[in-house]
Ligand binder design. Sequence first.
Ligand code: ADP
Ligand code: MG
Length: 351
Amino acid sequence: KSGSTQNMAANIKVVVRVRPLNQRELDMNTRVVVDVVDEKMLVFDPKEEMRPFFYQGVQQPNKNFLKRANKELKFVFDNVCGQNATNNDVFETTTKDILSSLMEGYNCSVFVYGATGAGKTFTMIGNAENPGITYLTMEHLFYTINSFEKEREFDIGVSYIEVYNENVYDLLKPSSTPLQLREDSKYGVMVAGLTLNSIKTAQELLNMLENGNKNRTQHPTDANAESSRSHAVFQVYVKMRYKTSSQLRIVKLSMIDLAGSERASATGCVGDRFKEGANINRSLLSLGNCINKLADGSAYIPYRDSKLTRLLKDSLGGNCKTVMIANVSPASTSYEDTYNTLKYAARANKI
Ligand code: ADP
Ligand code: MG
């Protein structure tokens, strides 16, 4: 392994979260195709127990004709969160640790990846009873900066934007005019004309996120009426001034609720919807490409290939800490989506 590969290995963490079966899946008595073995391992499409086969009350010698071959693929990740894991459990194994890097001056990024309905937004935003990791991380950030207050002064600004169809929009101040990306010597990559909302407590954040989420572009598709085809990007700018030197440092934490990873073709999209799909795949593909190239230690990272990767150019690679949370459904009805998500996550995990 080259030095940069090892560096990247230490800097990216891949966690898989398996959501519980929903009521519809339970009602259909759906087979479970993800078996969480322990906190690091899962088996996809496990072997099924050979059920005794009766014909007219007489047990028959087991025949395989009713059984299709199971893949029985073992996957190992930095962490696997099973159906009973709470958002707080996910927070403990994902973003809690990265705040120390942030305090040391490194940008950090967190992605939730997965098909529509796999639990990305539940993980990121959650609800009033189960606040998601964005809220929990911010709560911990305020706790963390308190412990530094003797040496540093802090100013926290947040933004919430969406990348939809390769355009950037402000979710906190909705407008149909897309915003442009700029590179700023102090802030790094910036969205021009975006106002940062200053916040002092994690509580202030909850309403902001909920309202922002309502502004996300949603287009019902055949496959899922609540399908979200946009990438939602929550960014926290931490401005810190060291009291002794009065040196100023700005670090950025980005938390991204990615668009559904299912293929446009699977949702029966045509025309404009199809174009959206193509663009979504472009940003997702491009993100995957950049992560792979960083892993290979490539000199050239194609950040400019998509809006999302341009936006995150200064938050991936180098000493930036990255957490990828892959969300999957355990139901056999999501077999292909789950398989694809696990493969994507496994590729990122090899880094
Ligand atoms: P996505 O954002 O990936 O499309 P959602 O987060 O909206 O998916 O999840 C789909 C549905 O499943 C929602 O109703 C959500 O509340 C529910 N859900 C997802 N993950 C969990 C979980 N871990 N526990 C309970 N309900 C969940
Ligand atoms: Mg969602």
